[in-house]
Design a protein around this ligand. Structure first.
Ligand SMILES: Nc1ncnc2c1ncn2[C@@H]1O[C@H](COP(=O)(O)OP(=O)(O)OP(=O)(O)O)[C@@H](O)[C@H]1O
Ligand SMILES: [Mg+2]
Length: 394
């Protein structure tokens, strides 16, 4: 199947050059050309292209407004914006309007063609639905000081890292005095979209473009708001898209979020790759999750050795015992003695409640504040607040 491209540019010569250049590519099919924003919108509605090449400066309706309308009405069409100079303010506006990529003139034919193919591939993974209206969130005052980055990590998978990260974020946000961000760094198989019942129509891979100026507006522009007040940066919707995310991007995004939020909770994979190490290095605290199971405890012990080798201050490690269960035969006391590190919070094993919560897409902390699980999360949130990060307490 070929990629259907619509060209929108007011200069006939430019339209013709683009058409000629792209007509040499066997997988690209020019389905239409428009000279104005109005005509571009009209043709996009009629032809349902995969890609729209949009000039930013157009007479009448400008390229940004046309992009906004096309993104809303023809959500499967991915807009690539073309502009003469890379004006950051323009690019930000264009991105918020729904543009997926920017090409700054002059660009080579290779740049153009590879941008079309990449945006098309990314576009196939996006939900073909108009963006759902974000729930109204009470805008909180900006933090007066830098926030805290807290990475949830476990050397063993399946111990509840994502569950705890999600519920902790909701707990820190409740009461409304703190701004809380949650970042899903399980880039191949993220789960926060399911935990919070969100459509992943915006995610971290939307920030992958050489031409996007990464700043608070662009980063928060691809985060989804949950009614709890938590703003969530989701993982890409398809595993192969994880390759687009570099440690440098993660580092920049975390630095921006640290300035914009009181707490940035990062849900890490259990694999110590460059991305996880970057998140851990940027963190003020590491939330180390373990369970009363020897395999998990052994991994945790090894991880403490890694931290010591890296000279990471282990007093910044908050150890959390999840799925606590008498039946395991291993108590919190045993674990503290074995790991030589205090346990900050004990979260009970509560399979029934968690199963229901995940399948409904409502975090337990939002639904059942009084449960033993939520009380454990509350205590953990309280300890984190004591350690600083909430500007109200400051
Ligand atoms: N306190 C708990 N009691 C009972 N079940 C729990 C608890 N916490 C998490 N679970 C369950 O454990 C499983 C793994 O949870 P979760 O996905 O949060 O773990 P994870 O460590 O992030 O896993 P992954 O390695 O896949 O990212 C899920 O089925 C979840 O419902
Ligand atoms: Mg997980």
């Amino acid at each position: 199947m070929s990629i259907k491209v619509l060209i929108v540019d007011d200069i006939p010569q430019t339209r013709e050059n683009l058409r000629k250049l792209l007509s040499l590519e066997p997988d690209i099919n020019i389905v239409g050309m428009a000279a104005t924003g109005e005509e571009g919108i009209e043709l996009a509605r009629k032809l349902r292209p995969d890609i729209v090449l949009m000039d930013i400066n157009l007479p009448g309706i400008d390229g940004i407004t046309a992009t906004e309308i096309i993104s809303r009405e023809v959500p499967e069409a991915q807009v690539i914006m073309i502009s003469v100079q890379g004006e950051p303010a323009y690019m930000r506006r264009a991105m918020l309007a729904g543009a997926r990529e920017f090409l700054i003139k002059p660009f080579s034919s290779d740049e153009l063609i590879s941008a079309i193919r990449r945006v098309y591939e990314l576009g196939k993974t996006r939900q073909v639905v108009a963006p759902v209206k974000q729930p109204a969130v009470v805008e909180k005052e900006k933090p007066k000081k830098e926030g805290k980055i807290i990475s949830a990590f476990s050397p063993k998978g399946g111990v509840g890292t994502s569950t705890i990260a999600a519920n902790l974020a909701v707990a820190l946000s409740s009461g409304g005095s703190s701004r809380v961000a949650l970042v899903d760094l399980n880039l191949q198989f993220g789960s926060q979209d399911v935990i919070f019942n969100l459509q992943p129509h915006r995610h971290i891979a939307d920030l992958v473009s050489e031409n996007i100026t990464l700043d608070e507006e662009t980063v928060t522009g691809v985060m989804l708001a949950h009614p709890s007040g938590v703003k969530i940066l989701l993982a890409p919707p398809r595993p192969e898209m994880a390759d687009y995310i570099t440690p440098e991007l993660v580092k920049k995004v975390l630095a921006i979020l640290k300035n914009a939020f009181d707490y940035v909770i990062v849900d890490c994979t259990s694999f110590l790759n460059d991305i996880t190490i970057t998140a851990l290095e940027e963190s003020d605290f590491i939330l180390l999750i373990t369970t009363p199971e020897l395999t998990a405890i052994k991994g945790t012990k090894l991880f403490f050795q890694v931290l010591e080798a890296l000279k990471y201050p282990t007093n910044n490690v908050l150890l959390v015992l999840n799925k606590d269960d008498k039946r395991s035969g291993i108590s919190a006391k045993d674990i503290q003695a074995s790991l030589k590190h205090p346990i900050e919070a004990i979260i009970p094993n509560d399979e029934a409640r968690i199963l229901l919560s995940v399948n409904r897409g409502v975090p337990i902390y939002s639904a059942e504040r009084g449960s033993a699980f939520s009380e454990g999360i509350s205590r953990l949130a309280g300890k984190i607040q004591q350690k600083g990060g909430s500007y109200v307490a400051a």
